[in-house]
Design a protein around this ligand. Sequence first.
Ligand code: HEM
Length: 411
Amino acid sequence: MTTQAGPTDVDVRAEQVFFEFLGNPPDVEPYASYRWFHEHAPVFRGSNGMIVLSRFADVDAVLRHRDMGRGEESVQHLTDLPPRLLEPVMRRWKRTMVFANPPLHTKMRRKVGAQFLPRHVEAMRELVARRARETMDALADSPGADFVTTVASPLGGAAVADLLGVPEDDRAELARLSPRSMGVFDPMTATSDLEAAAAAEITMADYFADALEERRTAPRDDLLTRLVAPADGDPLEPIEMVAAAANLTNAGNDTTTNLLSNSMYALLTHPEQLRRLREHPELVPRAVEELARFDPPLNLNPRTALVKTTVAGLDLEPGEIVVGIQGAANRDPRRYTDPDALDLGRDEGVSLAFGGGAHFCMGAHLGRLVMSEFLTCLITRFSGAEPAATPRRRPGHNLRGFAELPVRLSR
Ligand code: HEM
């Protein structure tokens, strides 16, 4: 496809299917739309020029291509914010890893990554396992309680807070601020909610600026301390550390919570796979990858051409936007055998659930550890799990998760 080509009939129909899928009620699964894209329009151009991809090979190629990076679509809607809110938000946005391009992105990945190594995550295993046991026991003690609020959210939230070293007393406030603050970078946020979102972003940044300052004088064994006092003696700039702490909090909370909930739901609706896992606990690592492939928390991932380039057969001009439907790529029949089947023994490589290329999820090792301790707890401590009432998906098909998932665990 070249940038000059006008819309075809397939483009027009595909765009309709795309918006229908995004606008569907939350309990309508997106998989029929994903199958349609694979069969009829694996590459299409929307009327606004945006190109949408659904094949694994194409989405993967775009995520990995060095000419494809981050554009400004996450802040273009902020024009009406008063300068006292806009300026601090924009200063940090420019320094936030997930929105940054090289060379700043490369520097931040290297410096934050050096303080968030597999051994730092492995050191958290016992603590995560204990939290998994405590939250799952609480669920078993109140049969039919909500898995999201009893297990997924506290377990996911605690993992990120433990990593950073956020004291227990501050966690509830951060858990309230984080989703609000993310709204400022979401073009779908209603204009009337933007000021509150910006204020939450600023409050959260102030919190981390104070916490980092405190670690400077009173070091602890946590990521915030490692950021202010790295072993190489060459820390990030203060604003970059604040942006990194907020980015880790925002990127880690909801995703882990949703992956836990989506996985619990997948197991409840595929009891034979849960039985199989119980009989073959050695499958836990594969099960983590398969559950993430099967129902990933993040379904869409945009990239912008930073220069004139060719990728996945597309000739792109600078500024052109390509959206990869990661959730569809994970169900690509060209990549996976029987892609709509949940197969906890599947051994067909990692999916795109954690992204790919330069922005590959920085917390994937922690997310995987939380998932693996949750699954181990589920199959070793409990003899059964069943749905207790109709679950409720949270709205939206990009960030997929549950608002409510009542579960009954038996010991
Ligand atoms: C467990 C479920 C998780 C899933 C499914 C997930 C998924 C993703 C995906 C798809 C991306 C790529 C975004 C992009 O391409 O722009 C990403 C990036 C990121 N994730 Fe995760 N994530 C999870 C957990 C975590 C955790 C626990 C943390 C931190 C504690 C974390 C921190 C990050 C950060 C900082 C980035 C940005 C990396 C960059 O732009 O270089 N994630 N994640």
